[in-house]
Design a protein around this ligand. Structure first.
Ligand code: 5GP
Ligand code: MN
Length: 336
């Protein structure tokens, strides 16, 4: 592991840098990556952001997002850039598997890997890490890196501040999850002082639904929501046909699982979707129920205690049955 002093010395000279994040980047992944891109570029480095896949359209307004190279669309070019990189910044993930198709080339790379992340159980691929599972968002760690480790608050432009703000806002459910400490609010206040356009960002992210997306929400609430009162559990199971019928694309199902959790008394909520090649699960909980354990044990995934995800290769109906069959073993935790 490198010390921060050594990393500072390395970054004192212009370097060739790749920034990357997890598959299907969310607001925190993309916000953190763009903030780091803008800051590193301003310091004179040659920087390329490579994202493993596309990302939701409600993030398409973000400053400089058009500079991101989507790996699946530009694999040869991206591989070349990764091979040439002196450093690779790995943001909002801590296992190379989370980058899907990029993991092979990242594993081969001899570049110095800098990881900023807040997920549990990190893999050992990095040379420097700013890792804090108590951090509400990776974007907070980006702020910490620039302001406290690099001592460079002065370089935070309104664009950088807006990117960091977006990451914190989306990963804290607009500042309402338990992770939203007083320190988070103080950082957010500083970001607004630095020029983050808070009201505008809320509007751009949350008031950008298509008519289809809203009708899909109505359809799911009416026809796809199942409630299991004996386990304080509610879930949606969404078929391929549902996605086609409403022309659902990346990001359109974001937040849907929270409607299941919003029913009074519900402790566990799930969104089970039949995606192109496999079934994707998104689990949410209230209180101490550990959905990351459920995802890690049964669904090849992980995440945080109250928000986790995973996937399964079985058909949708069987995954739903599997999910339901797990509940009795958690009866006590779900109903106490
Ligand atoms: P979401 O349900 O919104 O896809 O993800 C919720 C949380 O679970 C995020 O923090 C995300 O990083 C994590 N997560 C989602 N899918 C996976 C997965 O397949 N593997 C792991 N390890 N974590 C996941
Ligand atoms: Mn995050």
């Amino acid at each position: 592991m490198l010390t921060i002093t050594t990393l500072k010395e390395i970054l004192a000279e212009p370097k060739t840098i790749v920034i990357t994040t997890h598959y299907k980047p969310d607001g925190d992944a993309l916000g953190s990556s763009l903030a780091m891109l803008l800051w590193l570029k301003a310091r004179g480095h040659q920087v390329q952001l490579i994202v493993p896949s596309d990302y939701p359209s409600f993030l398409h307004w973000m400053p400089h997002q058009e500079e991101a190279l989507i790996y699946t669309d530009h694999q040869a070019q991206a591989d070349q850039l990764i091979k040439q990189a002196d450093l690779i910044f790995c943001l909002d993930f801590n296992g190379l598997g989370r980058t899907h198709d990029m993991q092979g080339i990242l594993r081969e790379s001899q570049a110095i890997k800098v990881m900023l992340d807040h997920h549990l159980v990190p893999e050992d691929f990095d040379d420097f890490r700013l890792w804090d599972t108590d951090a509400a968002a990776t974007a907070l760690l980006v702020y910490d890196f620039i302001v406290n480790l690099m001592d460079d608050r002065a370089s935070i432009t309104p664009e950088i501040a807006s990117c960091i703000y977006t990451g914190i806002m989306t990963d804290t459910g607009s500042f309402r999850f338990q992770s939203t400490t007083a320190a988070v609010h103080l950082t957010v206040a500083d970001l607004i002082l630095l020029g983050a356009k808070n009201a505008e960002i809320h509007d751009l992210v949350y008031n950008s639904s298509s008519e289809n997306r809203l009708r899909f929400l109505g359809f799911c609430l009416l026809n796809r929501l199942q409630v299991l009162p004996q386990f304080n559990t509610a879930y949606f199971a969404i078929t391929k046909e549902d996605l086609l019928r409403f022309n659902i694309t990346t990001g359109d199902t974001e937040g849907l699982v929270n409607y299941a959790l919003s029913i009074s008394g519900i402790r566990l909520a799930a969104l089970i979707i039949d995606r192109t090649n496999q079934i994707k699960l998104s689990l949410r909980s209230t209180g101490t129920f550990p959905v990351n354990e459920v995802c890690a044990t049964y669904f090849n995934g992980g995440g945080h205690r109250n928000a986790a995800g995973g996937h399964d290769d079985l058909p949708l109906a069987q995954v739903v049955d599997k999910f339901k069959s797990i509940l009795p073993s958690y009866q006590e935790q779900l109903t106490l």
